[in-house]
Ligand binder design. Structure first.
Ligand SMILES: *[C@@H]1O[C@H](CO)[C@@H](O)[C@H](O)[C@H]1NC(C)=O
Ligand SMILES: *[C@@H]1O[C@H](CO)[C@@H](O)[C@H](O)[C@H]1NC(C)=O
Ligand SMILES: *[C@@H]1O[C@H](CO)[C@@H](O)[C@H](O)[C@H]1NC(C)=O
Ligand SMILES: *[C@@H]1O[C@H](CO)[C@@H](O)[C@H](O)[C@H]1NC(C)=O
Ligand SMILES: *[C@@H]1O[C@H](CO)[C@@H](O)[C@H](O)[C@H]1NC(C)=O
Length: 484
């Protein structure tokens, strides 16, 4: 398997390398010393704590490179030479999904979301005994992202560069209380990457059309706003605030129109993240008075309104109660939305705002939490199929996940052909514990077959989203504080 991983990966890595002229700075692998967050310990709900530990396990399954303290008996080292020709170490990072390729764009999003989860719910993650696991996953991705600091002006990729800048800004906040030097270096890289992304504008999948069949980035503007918002939180530099609320915000944010958060569209995430400023900025601060900030907040409210089942603006959901936005990877939107709802409800609670108004109807933080919980419970088995979509959780979960490593016995040499196993109807010989599969159809049914890529492939970024959602549900209340 290792050989094949390498040959499949190389083309992509080389393509990414064209995007990424690498920096000379090589960092020593960061060691997490378990430094603290200023949060009190919550009392974790055992059900969600159990599910969180399972979900985080998927990051171990997806690791590339020379494995350290590997706990997955059917995984081995892979892609250990990635980047060597360019003189940099790109061996780490994580495969995106079941076919074992590494893509910077969704991987950076994974790191951003893991960081956001740790920042908001680090106390609960720690109380559930999962902090080391979350930090290990984040560190493994940051080790991969760090050599990629420059993209050529002639081959712009504002989306991938800005998402990487967002990941660096968010991770710099996570590491700030643990390792100041490392945190500052992440921030420095993040700021430089963002400046580059903004100056040489273009979408990476227009620059490299061959990548558009994998993670086609619809636009890069949403990533610019998302990155600037993270950089504002990480630096407190008002110029990033001015960036999102000035012309760029007006041109790119499409304020007033609620969207669903996903790896491709960061607008809803940006609105919620920026709403921190509206909720928590001290009275009399300049930014509180900003009109455009108010529009972001209103749009964040509207994002919440379309999620609430009893709201007149509620979006479609299945008979079983799952928010349904897209058939491919149908769990992505409900999980990402549920995370935002939990975060937003906690912002409301912490800032003493008890009412969310949706076209005159009134909702509370408890309504948002109830929605978040309903989506988590659905994917954990409270659904018409009575099936958990998180592999390894509960008694019934998919047995034929579209995942090369899980589908092929560990000891066979396949070369680059795995069709014999892809087409087999037998259950996977290895369990990809923690995989969150794509999810059900609109009618709440699901077909557990290995070539059902639409429903039965797991993705690394889905795991970051579900880890965030489960973290948010560990305790009944949280005390989100200023990020900086
Ligand atoms: C691997 O395990 C050893 C022994 O338990 C430990 O000392 C070391 O810190 C671990 N390494 C990592 C990267 O977790
Ligand atoms: C902090 O991070 C740097 C890498 O930037 C590393 O060299 C150093 O060992 C780390 N310090 C601690 C205390 O972990
Ligand atoms: C990628 O996104 C662009 C912009 O939305 C679109 O024009 C193009 O058709 C998409 N390509 C694929 C392969 O989906
Ligand atoms: C804030 O960021 C801008 C642009 O990124 C930079 O030019 C400026 O020096 C920064 N200001 C401070 C106080 O660091
Ligand atoms: C559910 O929807 C799928 C996809 O549209 C369809 O193939 C399947 O037959 C439906 N199942 C039932 C029980 O209606």
């Amino acid at each position: 398997m290792a050989n094949c991983v390498r040959c499949c990966c190389w083309l992509l890595v080389l393509t990414l390398m064209a995007l990424a002229v690498t920096a000379a700075v090589v960092f020593v692998r960061y060691k997490n010393n378990g430094g603290g967050f200023p949060f009190p310990a919550g009392v974790p709900d055992p059900k969600y704590a159990d599910a969180l530990s399972i979900a985080l396990n998927f990051f171990q399954v997806q690791k590339s490179g020379k494995l350290v303290n590997n706990t997955i008996h059917w995984r081995g080292d892979s892609a250990t030479e990635d980047g060597k020709e360019e003189g940099v170490d790109l061996s780490k990072g994580m495969y995106d999904a079941g076919d074992h390729m590494k893509f910077g764009f969704p991987m950076a999003f994974t790191a951003t979301m893991l960081s956001w989860s740790v920042l908001e719910y680090g106390h609960a993650i720690r109380a559930a005994g999962q902090r080391d696991s979350a930090m290990d996953a984040l560190g493994w991705i940051m080790d991969y992202l760090r050599p990629l600091t420059k993209i050529t002006p002639k081959s712009p990729g504002s989306d991938v560069a800005a998402e990487t800048a967002a990941a660096m800004a968010a991770a710099s906040l996570v590491y700030k209380p643990i390792n100041k030097t490392y945190s500052l270096s992440l921030l420095d890289h993040g700021e430089r990457l963002f400046a580059f992304a903004d100056k040489y504008r273009g979408s990476y999948t227009r620059t490299f059309p061959e990548l558009s069949k994998y993670y086609n980035s619809t636009t890069y503007q949403d990533e610019l706003l998302w990155a600037a918002t993270w950089l504002y939180h990480a630096t407190g530099n008002i110029s990033y605030f001015a960036y999102v609320t000035g012309k760029n915000g007006k041109d790119f944010a499409d304020l007033g129109n609620p969207r669903y958060f996903s790896w491709d569209d960061k607008r809803a995430g940006t609105e919620v993240l920026l709403s921190r400023v509206s909720f928590f900025a001290s009275q009399g601060s300049d930014v509180v008075q900003d009109d455009v900030l108010g529009l972001y907040k209103q749009t964040a409210d509207a994002v919440m309104c379309i999620l609430l089942p009893d709201s007149e603006t509620a979006a479609f959901r299945t008979a079983g109660g799952l928010l349904y936005v897209a058939e491919w990877n149908s769990l992505q939107h409900p999980v990402a939305s549920a995370f935002l709802a939990a975060v937003y409800g906690d912002y409301m609670l912490s800032s003493g705002k008890t009412e969310l108004s949706c076209s005159g109807q009134s909702f509370s933080p408890a309504d948002l939490r109830k929605f978040a919980k309903s989506q988590a419970d659905y994917l954990l088995g409270s659904n018409p199929m009575k099936m958990s979509y998180l592999v390894g959780y509960g008694e019934r979960y998919p047995q034929r996940v579209h995942h090369r490593g899980a589908s092929i016995p560990a000891d066979v040499d396949t070369g680059c052909d795995g069709h014999e196993w892809l087409e087999s109807s037998k259950p996977n010989p290895n369990i990809a514990t923690g995989a969150l599969v794509g999810g059900p159809y609109k009618n709440d049914t699901f077909v557990d077959s290995r070539d059902n890529v639409m429903q039965n492939e797991a993705t690394t970024y889905n795991s970051a989203l579900v880890a965030g959602l489960l973290s948010s549900l560990l305790s009944t209340s949280s005390l989100p504080q200023s990020l900086s």
